[in-house]
Design a binder for this molecule. Structure first.
Ligand code: ADP
Ligand code: MG
Length: 381
C-alpha cells in the first residue's frame, strides 16, 4: 500500500535526513517508525503526503508513483494526525471534524452527521463535546478530535506523527488502547511515528527502528525485542527489554542465599559475620540483628531483634524484589513461603537478583507470540 524505493532526502543545508530508504507497508498494516529525535522519522512521513519532496528515489501509494499525482488529491487519500493537532480554535469540535467532508463537497448537514459518527468512534459524545471549542477540551480529548478529523474523508492511509506525545502517560495509554481497538475495526494502512519504543511495540504490527536516516531493523515487535539485529538496536530497546524480563521472572528458591540464622529465644551470640536473620519458634521470619549489636549487647535475641520490612513471598517478580530493595534501601530482602505465616526461605541479594535475571534470557524471541509481548508502563497497570 505504501512503498519506498531508495528514497533519499537531502535538505538544502546538506543534512541527509533520509538515506536511500526502502520498505513497504501492506494494506491494513500498522507500522511504527521509532528512533531518537532527529533520525528522519518526520521527514519520512511528510514525503508520503508530499509536504516534503524527496531528492532521490520513488514513493508509491496504492501502486501510484506519488510524484505524478496531484498533491491535493493525494492528501484526500491520506489522513494526517500530528501532535499539535492543528484544530481551528474558533470552530466547534463538530465543525472542526466536519471540515474535510465539507471541503470535499459533502452537504453541510451530511458532513455534520458524519462528524458526529466519527466523534463517537473516537470515544467522544457529540452531544456533549461537539459544541465545545478546542480550548475547552483536555489534551487527550483534543488528540481524539485530531484522529476523528483525519478519518473524516475515510482515507485508506493514515499518517500519525507522535500523536500522543504531548499527553500524560496514563492518558497516552488510554489513547493507545482506544486507537488499537479503532484500528481493528477500520483497518487503515498506518504509518505511526514515535520516539518511544514502548509505544512502538504496543501498537505496531511491525516496527522500523531508525538509525540516522536509515532503518536498522524492520520486523515484528517480538523479534526486535528478542533478537535485535544490530548493537545499535539492542542499545535502543535495551532498557525496556531488561525491565520486561525483570517483571516476568519470578524469585525461585534456588536464587536465595542462606545467611546465618538465630532464633528469638536464643541468647545473643558473641560473634556474628555481619548480620543474622531472626526466626521465631516456627521458623517464621521475625527480623534481623547486626554483628555490632551482638558484640556490645547482652540478653536474648528477642530483646534486640529488629523488624524486617523488606520481605516478599517466593514467586514474586524480580521487579518487585528490586523495587522492595530500593524502597527500604535494603542490601537484601527476606523471601518467605507464600502460604501461612511466612516460613523463612532465604534472602535475595543484588548479586543473586542479577544471576536470576540472566537465567531468564534464554527464550528465543522469534518463538514468542506477539500477544505475550507486553511492556510495563509507568502507569503500572
Ligand atoms: P525526527 O522526526 O526523527 O525527529 P526529522 O525528520 O524531523 O527527524 O529530521 C531529520 C534531520 O533532518 C534532523 O537532523 C533535522 O535537523 C533535519 N531537518 C529537518 N527538517 C529540516 C529542514 N527543513 N532543513 C534542514 N534540515 C532539516
Ligand atoms: Mg519528528
Amino acid at each position: 500500500m505504501i512503498r519506498f524505493e531508495n528514497v533519499t532526502k537531502r535538505y538544502a543545508d546538506g543534512t541527509t535526513a533520509v538515506d536511500n530508504l526502502s520498505f513497504e507497508v501492506a494494506e491494513g498494516e500498522l507500522v511504527t517508525l521509532v528512533g531518537p529525535s532527529g533520525c528522519g522519522k518526520t521527514t519520512t512521513m511528510k514525503m508520503v503526503n508530499r509536504l516534503i519532496e524527496p531528492t532521490g528515489g520513488r514513493i508509491f501509494v496504492d501502486g501510484d508513483d506519488i510524484s505524478a499525482t496531484n498533491p491535493v488529491e493525494l492528501r484526500r487519500r491520506i489522513g494526517y494526525v500530528i501532535q499539535q493537532v492543528g484544530l481551528f480554535p474558533h470552530k466547534t469540535v463538530l465543525d472542526n471534524t466536519a471540515t474535510v467532508p465539507h471541503l470535499l463537497g459533502i452537504k453541510r448537514s451530511a458532513a455534520r452527521a458524519r462528524a458526529a459518527e466519527l466523534l463517537e468512534l473516537v470515544g467522544l459524545d457529540p452531544s456533549v463535546h461537539g459544541g465545545r471549542y478546542p480550548e475547552q477540551l483536555s489534551g487527550g480529548q483534543r488528540q481524539r478530535v485530531g484522529v476523528a478529523r483525519a478519518l473524516a474523508a475515510d482515507p485508506p492511509v493514515l499518517l500519525m506523527d507522535e500523536p500522543f506525545g504531548a499527553v500524560d502517560p496514563v492518558v497516552r495509554e488510554h489513547l493507545q488502547n482506544e486507537f488499537l481497538a479503532l484500528q481493528k475495526s477500520v483497518r487503515k494502512t498506518v504509518l505511526f511515528v514515535t520516539h518511544d519504543i514502548e509505544e512502538a511495540v504496543r501498537l505496531g504490527d511491525r516496527i522500523a527502528v531508525y538509525g540516522q536516516g536509515t532503518i536498522e531493523q524492520f520486523d515484528a515487535p517480538a523479534a526486535v525485542l528478542g533478537a535485535p539485529a544490530t548493537p545499535y538496536v539492542a542499545d535502543f530497546v535495551g532498557a525496556d527489554r531488561g525491565l520486561k524480563r525483570l517483571s516476568v521472572t519470578p524469585i525461585e528458591p534456588g536464587d536465595l542465599e542462606q545467611p546465618p540464622v538465630v532464633h528469638l529465644d536464643d541468647p545473643l551470640p558473641a560473634t556474628l559475620p555481619g548480620w543474622a536473620v531472626v526466626l521465631d519458634r516456627d521458623e517464621n521470619l521475625h527480623g534481623w540483628i547486626s554483628a555490632g549489636q551482638a558484640a556490645t549487647a547482652r540478653g536474648a535475641v528477642r530483646e534486640h531483634a529488629r523488624r524486617m520490612e523488606a520481605r516478599l513471598p517466593v514467586g514474586a517478580s524480580l521487579k518487585q524484589a528490586f523495587a522492595t530493595m530500593l524502597q527500604h534501601d535494603a542490601g537484601w530482602i527476606a523471601v518467605i513461603d507464600e502460604a501461612g505465616a511466612g516460613r523463612f526461605l532465604g534472602v535475595l541479594t543484588p548479586a543473586r537478583l542479577h544471576e536470576a535475571l540472566r537465567r531468564s534470557t534464554a527464550a528465543d524471541a522469534r518463538d514468542i507470540p506477539r500477544d505475550e509481548v507486553e511492556l510495563d508502563t509507568v502507569s503500572g497497570r
